[in-house]
Design a protein. Structure first.
Length: 213
């Protein structure tokens, strides 16, 4: 006939089983020495991953791995059971990691700023190819308003494209100047028409008038 277990014996047995479970659970936790070995290996791996990223073989920085290393660094910093030798090893690893982190942060920032500048910088517009001067021929500058108006608009457009001021160049003033120059040229050359040209050379506007032979 089996002997019944009284409640005191049962409680003692359960307490012993609980203590065994706690001891096993503690034994499964990594020791400080194992944490330090893991930290050293993770720092080495993280450096390799950043090197791969900076060499263009990865699309994004290894921030996931870096986050795990940061967590382990903080956990060991608060670990009170480290021996003097373990604390010394931890400080050496933490200093190495901080040095790497500063270098990685600067390099990533420079790369991102470089991309931003390139993204914002519009390509420099090519200078328009010069198709030669635009010419106008006028026999009576005082009365051929349509021709002088086209000449005026062409000149103003060229000046604006070259960044030259046009505020003081009103059409009435320009018309009067062209008419006087035209009459003077026809009088000197004995011709009936005057040849006007608007050209752009080396970023500057050239406006010329000559007697048509």
């Amino acid at each position: 006939m089996p002997i019944r277990e009284n409640k005191f014996a049962r409680r003692a047995r359960e307490a012993k089983q609980s203590e065994v479970k706690k001891t096993a659970s503690r034994d499964e936790q990594p020791t400080p020495e194992e944490h330090l070995a893991r930290l050293e290996e993770d720092i080495r791996r993280l450096k390799v991953e950043f090197d791969i990223y900076f060499n263009g073989a990865a699309k994004r920085p290894p921030y996931d791995t870096k986050g795990r290393v940061d967590t382990l660094i903080k956990r060991l910093a608060d670990e009170r059971t480290l021996t003097f030798a373990q604390r010394y090893r931890y400080n050496s690893l933490a200093a190495r990691y901080n040095s790497f982190s500063q270098l990685w942060r600067r390099t990533v920032q420079e790369r991102e700023e470089g991309r931003g500048i390139l993204a914002r910088r519009a390509p420099a517009p090519e200078e328009p190819k010069q198709a030669g001067p635009k010419t106008f021929v006028c026999a009576d500058a005082r009365h051929d308003v349509a021709t002088i108006k086209s000449l005026y608009e062409t000149l103003v457009e060229a000046k604006r494209a070259c960044g030259e001021p046009t505020e003081d160049l009103s059409f009435s003033r320009f018309h009067r100047m062209v008419a006087e120059k035209s009459e003077a040229l026809k009088g000197r050359a004995g011709c009936e028409r005057v040849h006007f040209s608007v050209d752009v050379k080396d970023g500057r506007v050239s406006f010329k008038a000559k007697a048509e032979k």
